[in-house]
Ligand binder design. Structure first.
Ligand SMILES: Nc1ncnc2c1ncn2[C@@H]1O[C@H](COP(=O)(O)OP(=O)(O)OP(=O)(O)O)[C@@H](O)[C@H]1O
Length: 354
């Protein structure tokens, strides 16, 4: 098991970072009734960990016993019936799903599937009417229609079900949904907090971790806890005993994006565009989210660019990121950005050097 999973705190009293949030959540549960919740914060900040620990606090260890199901739902979409394939993770008390996986059919997922799940009211351990928890991931990626439907579901079934929403940014969640939830902001952990987590893992694994090296991993992680723990494990495999000046390897995919950026800078032609497309496709098939690829690619390209082009290139990256959100096939928009970049860069080279 990877350290990120092995050392993920299981209960609210065991968390190393966000102890204040964990305490507030504990109070909320002890008061008996939990409102709908919206957890938001950057990737790797610990949202999911807190949600899982909260479920355990509410329902006890049985919340950990989850089964993964891949189901095809037949939903009524106006005049026709469509098939929506979704993966759910469920225990006896909760169901977790990612409705935005259904792409532009996401509103049917909310209108039909989530509504159906929310309706069924379980009884709790004391034989009273209990409530079911639905954990919805990546709500910020839901279309506006889906978010409107979600709002209705939240209102209508609030007696039988609680929604726990998880998202990276709260600004992409509509005001109507936000205002019906208790908003829980999960900040990116501070570097010292990351060092504490690394020291905790080192102690458990019986490793000697030099202070300077832990601080270096924390700094390189960009305040992303998952990344810090993954890097720490990679370093352990590469070299032990650790030294203060040990090299910290970049993530494989970041290396790959950097190579793509170099390819684009070296040649701007349909042939090169075709090659780059293949590489981008490979990243997507390895589950690197397209927005992250675009952001990283922009970062790498900006490093190599003259300052007069930076503004224009950033503008087009934002343009294609927006289109990617509206569309379905991310590869089209990534490729379109690369083609646009090649055209801008080539014109710049011709006008400068003739
Ligand atoms: N409070 C905590 N104390 C100690 N370690 C933590 C804590 N929260 C998270 N971690 C560690 O950080 C890793 C990443 O956390 P988590 O998956 O909760 O992040 P996330 O915010 O949900 O990320 P994403 O938005 O990318 O899914 C966990 O696997 C766990 O090892």
């Amino acid at each position: 098991m990877l350290w990120v999973d092995k050392y993920r705190p299981k209960t609210l009293d065991k968390v190393i970072v966000h102890q204040d949030v964990a305490q507030n959540l504990q109070k909320l549960v002890s008061e008996g009734d939990c409102p709908h919740l919206l957890f938001y914060g950057p990737s790797g900040s610990g949202k999911k960990t807190l949600i899982m620990a909260l479920l355990r606090q509410i329902f006890g260890p049985s919340a950990d016993k989850v089964k993964v199901e891949n189901k095809i739902w037949k939903v009524d979409a106006g005049k026709r019936t469509i098939d929506v394939e979704l993966t759910t993770l469920s225990s006896t008390h909760h169901v977790e799903l990612n409705p935005s996986d259904a792409g532009f059919q996401d509103r049917y997922v909310v209108q039909e599937i989530i509504k159906e799940m929310a309706k069924n009211r379980p009884i709790d351990t004391k034989g009273k009417k209990g409530f079911k928890v639905l954990v919805l991931n990546e709500v910020d990626k839901l279309s506006r229609e889906a978010q409107h439907s979600l709002r209705r579901t939240m209102e209508k079934y609030s007696a039988s079900c609680r929604l726990i929403l998880c998202s990276n940014s709260s600004s992409k969640v509509t005001e109507a949904v936000r205002s019906r939830c208790l908003n829980v902001r999960i900040n990116a952990p501070m570097e010292e907090e990351i060092v504490n987590v690394l020291e905790f893992i080192a102690k458990k694994e019986g490793l000697q971790l030099p202070q300077g090296f832990a601080a270096c991993i924390a700094e390189k992680s960009n305040r992303n806890l998952r990344r810090a723990v993954l890097t720490f494990e990679t370093c352990r495999v590469q070299q032990y005993p650790f030294t203060n000046n040990q090299a910290i390897p970049p993530m494989d995919w970041e290396q790959y994006v950097s190579e793509i950026a170099s390819d684009i800078m070296k040649e701007q032609s349909p042939k090169r565009l075709f090659e780059v497309r293949g590489k981008l496709y490979e990243l997507l098939t390895n589950c690197i989210p397209p927005e992250i690829i675009l952001k990283r690619l922009l970062f790498e390209l900006l490093k190599k660019l003259d300052s007069e082009l930076k503004h224009e290139v950033s503008h087009w990256a934002a343009h294609y990121e927006h289109r990617m959100r509206l569309g379905q096939k991310a590869i089209f928009h990534l490729e379109a950005f690369v083609a646009k970049f090649m055209s801008i860069y080539k014109s710049f080279l011709i006008s400068t050097f003739g």
